[in-house]
Design a protein around this ligand. Structure first.
Ligand code: NDP
Ligand code: 2IT
Length: 451
């Protein structure tokens, strides 16, 4: 058999850019992974011959559809919905649904691509997918959100299923939206199956799914620190975001003896030098999730804090950082400032919050830097456990699930060490996560032949 041509890294990236015009987030996510994979596969002929990376970087399918709904004033509104099914080599497509005005096909393709490696890292049998819409839930009534969710599911239902593709929540989609979508799925199909995760406890949901992403990101951080003989006691933490991931990350930092200095939203950040305690976190949860308020209102409630409008919190000196809001919220200059201010570890609760320049700054500075695909995998891991509970028609106790989450995060940390340990005490977690995630999916694809 003839030896296949080896495409080099620049030529590969040129092709990705050419085939995905106007999709910068997707190209960025592919580049971050490809930088590590090209080294790894340099001497592995089969991965080249079978074009494995090229195939993982081409979604199995992208479904795009119109979503019409009627607002409270009787106006007809039109949004676009998508489901990106990136890869199902190791299990049914799995990944969240995002409702935010910034959602584009590029954003969902990057998220579905990242999800493929993340899900592989959990050790559970889940492929990678992501969906969503440019619908903006802000300022909408509960009835409007219900009608939108129902209309979205009226198209999505034909593309998903408990053994096909299992969506969950993400930005703008929490338990309430999952409820509306599950209700519509059940109504259309007349089936009660585990087609979505993040469900309510009364109707097939799992304990600790809500907390799992933020808690998991802190467990991963604790694992990185423990590998250096350190822990979180007395460490100061800067956190961005004030949604599901950020508030639960803050909660776990406090439980493990750290001090949380900041939270943020799209309006700016609050800095509370006295520390954001559990009582204050509870207030933020109620204010942001139930009252749909702004983070700046924190300062009227807790006088020790200040609000800075229109800025991210990276200038606040700290020991550890958890970016938990959105993609590309931390750039190269921010990363340089954090390193200069003495930050020793970063654990990404959000997906791709650090841009490529920032990733290179953290790698060059050799600080502990956990990419989202490793650090925030706790959420989808507990989603995987919810799927198991649904198909087994059983439920595990909170204590069992807490332990499983800890074990899964420790397992991901171990998998990162396999390819990430660079010697001399430096662990490149980005490289470790990329290669371990890739290898599992790639080896499954090799088994299936050219499909
Ligand atoms: P939420 O909707 O609960 O909260 C999102 C938070 O991020 C809010 O504080 C929001 O501010 C802020 N935010 C969102 N978009 C922007 C933006 N463009 N600029 C500035 N701030 C923004 O979402 P989650 O907490 O669930 O998700 C946060 C991140 O974590 C996302 O990257 C998501 O993909 C990732 N993630 C989530 C998981 C989960 O289980 N939920 C699992 C793994 C990763 P505002 O209120 O002003 O909009
Ligand atoms: O980015 C993510 O991992 C999620 N939004 C959670 C996905 C899931 O299926 O639980």
């Amino acid at each position: 058999m003839a030896v296949a041509d080896h495409v080099d890294f620049p030529t590969f990236m040129e092709g990705v850019k050419r085939r995905n015009p106007g999709q910068p987030e997707f190209v960025q996510a592919v580049q971050e992974v490809a930088e590590d994979i090209f080294d790894f596969i340099a001497d592995k002929e089969e991965y080249h011959a079978q074009q494995i990376l090229r195939r993982i970087a081409e979604p199995d399918r992208v479904v795009s559809f119109r979503v019409c709904w009627e607002d409270d004033n009787g106006n007809i509104r039109v949004q676009r919905g998508w489901r990106v099914q990136n890869n199902n080599a190791i299990g049914p497509y799995k990944g969240g649904i995002r409702f935010h005005p910034s959602v584009t096909e590029s954003v969902l393709k990057f998220l579905a691509f990242e999800q493929t490696f993340k899900n592989a890292l959990t050790g559970l049998p889940m492929g990678g997918g992501k969906g969503g819409s440019n619908f903006n839930p802000k300022g909408k009534s509960v009835r409007e959100i219900m009608r939108f969710c129902q209309s979205f599911m009226t198209e999505l239902y034909r593309h998903i299923g408990a053994d096909v593709d299992v969506p969950a929540g993400d930005i703008g989609v929490g338990g309430r939206e999952i409820g509306f979508m599950f209700g519509q799925y059940k109504r259309i199909t007349n089936e009660f199956t585990g087609v979505l995760t993040g469900k309510g406890l009364e109707w097939g949901g799992s304990l600790i799914r809500t907390e799992a992403t933020g808690y998991g990101a802190v467990y991963f951080l604790a694992n990185m620190l423990a590998a250096k003989g350190q822990d979180l006691v007395g460490k100061s933490a800067v956190i961005s975001g004030s949604g599901n991931v950020a508030t639960h990350a803050a909660e776990k930092i406090v439980q493990l003896g750290g001090k949380v200095l900041t939270l943020s939203d799209s309006g700016g950040f609050i800095h509370d030098p006295d520390g954001i305690t559990q009582e204050k976190i509870d207030w933020v949860k109620a204010h942001k999730t139930h009252r749909r308020g702004r983070i700046e209102d924190y300062c009227a409630e807790f006088k020790s804090a200040t609000f800075t409008a229109g800025k991210t919190p990276w200038a606040v000196p700290c020991d550890v950082v958890l970016p938990c809001a959105t993609q590309n919220e931390l750039n190269g200059d921010d990363a340089k400032m954090l390193v200069a201010n003495g930050c020793i570890a970063v654990s990404e609760g959000a997906n791709m919050p650090t841009d490529l320049a920032g990733v290179h700054v953290f790698k060059d500075a050799k600080i502990m830097f956990a990419p989202g695909k490793a650090a925030n995998a706790g959420g989808v891991a507990v989603s995987g456990l919810e799927m198991s509970q649904n198909s087994g028609r059983r439920s595990w106790s909170e204590a069992e699930l807490q332990q499983m989450l800890k074990d899964i995060m420790a397992g991901i940390h171990e998998r990162c060490l396999t390819y990430g340990d660079q010697g001399g005490g430096y662990i490149d977690y980005v490289k470790g996560a990329n290669i371990a995630g890739f290898k599992k999916v790639a080896d499954a694809m090799l088994a299936f032949g050219v499909v």
